[in-house]
Design a protein around this ligand. Structure first.
Ligand code: TYM
Length: 335
């Protein structure tokens, strides 16, 4: 046993990893490997809450795994696995479906966003999605969860579920979860609309940078990114009410490991043209090595699969006894 706090986080293989995933989550996941026991999960059960073509889902699952490895997730020291391979997630999620209240789920803004106007046509899975997320984390008694800002509400719900379970069954079984929303850009916005989150499921590929975009694609997307007609301000205060400018400056600062003030000292007062050229060059320099390494790993699909297989064994060894105990507490007879 170690007294290190256990970290858990997940990412959906519902598309290619984006710059939003990278700056909001993956970069932190990599950093947290120093000094913590980390469990990182490719969440395919979550992905099918919205339609996924089966062949594409398989391809994207491998690609997401390879991307995480290319970013620096180390399966030698930590656990990287596929959610559907460890049955304990779905088993605990069912119990949590019976603990969480409809009223709690009705408040989830992500469900409202994703279901859109056609609420009646959304899957029941999309509705109970946060309960499965709570199960992902609590099946490991993980206490720290590095995510982007958009997941904050789901983690608050996970704590409500843990508390209600403990209260209803008169135990102190599930721990409190702490959200680690400490990425340099907790919410990276769309390149086409500075008020919308950058998302791998946005219909427009121009709205995002994918981690496997080549240099020309990155340059073109940044050149076409929406901006306003003003020059860049020389201080961060001047970014207020300029969501597109704030987003691009934030991305630049995060990629260059500096802050908005430093970026604006260098680029303030100039138009977006030269700034976009500099930003594209920075993104190409930092992201194309990740894309190259992802391609190298994908040339050996069996190698990627082996990482997931071994990860699932180690994950199950932790989750199975915890979920078995939850089932015992609920009163399931074991014969
Ligand atoms: P997902 O796949 O949408 O995103 C994975 C991670 O990337 C972060 N992220 C962003 N951060 C900043 N700016 C953005 N534009 C942006 N887009 C995505 C997300 O906050 C997330 O941290 N429900 C989760 C996956 C999940 C999970 C879990 C996470 C399932 N079980 C248990 C933590 C713990 C999701 O859909 O992430």
């Amino acid at each position: 046993m170690t007294d290190k706090q256990r970290i858990f986080s997940g990412i959906q293989p519902s598309g290619l990893a984006t710059l939003g995933n990278y700056l909001g989550a993956i970069r932190n996941w990599v950093a947290l490997q120093d000094g913590h026991d980390c469990i990182y999960c490719v969440v395919d059960l979550h992905a099918i809450t919205e339609w996924q073509d089966p062949a594409e889902l398989q391809r994207q699952t491998r690609e997401m795994t390879a991307t995480l490895l290319a970013c620096g997730i180390d399966p030698g020291k930590h656990i990287l696995f596929l959610q559907s391979s460890v049955r304990a997630h779905a088993q605990l999620a069912w119990i949590f479906n019976c603990v969480a209240r409809l009223g709690w789920l009705n408040r989830m803004t992500q469900f409202k966003d994703k279901a859109g106007k056609d609420r009646e046509g959304a899957s029941a899975g999309l509705y109970v999605y946060p309960n499965l997320m709570a199960a992902d984390i609590l099946a490991y008694h993980a206490t720290r969860v590095p995510v982007g800002e958009d997941q904050r509400q789901h983690l608050e719900l996970a704590n409500d579920i843990a508390q209600k379970f403990n209260h209803d069954y008169g135990v102190d079984f599930f721990p409190t979860i702490e959200a680690l929303i400490t990425g340099p850009v907790p919410r990276v916005m769309s390149l086409r609309d500075g008020t919308k989150k950058m998302s791998k499921s946005d219909p427009s590929d121009q709205s995002r940078i994918n981690l496997n975009d080549d240099a020309d694609t990155i340059a073109l997307k940044i050149r076409r990114a929406k901006t306003d007609p003003e020059a860049l301000p020389s201080e961060p205060m001047g970014l207020a009410n300029r969501p597109e400018a704030r987003n691009l400056v934030g991305i630049y600062a995060a990629m260059d490991a500096t802050d908005a003030a430093a970026v604006l000292r260098q680029h303030g007062g100039k138009g977006f043209g030269p700034f976009k050229e500099a930003l594209a060059a920075l993104l190409v320099a930092k992201l194309t090595p990740i894309a190259r390494e992802t391609d190298r790993l994908l040339a050996d699909p069996a190698g990627v699969d082996a990482v997931l297989r071994e990860g699932a064994e180690r994950a199950a060894a932790i989750a199975n006894p915890i979920v078995a105990e939850a089932e015992r507490l609920v009163g399931f007879l074991r014969v």
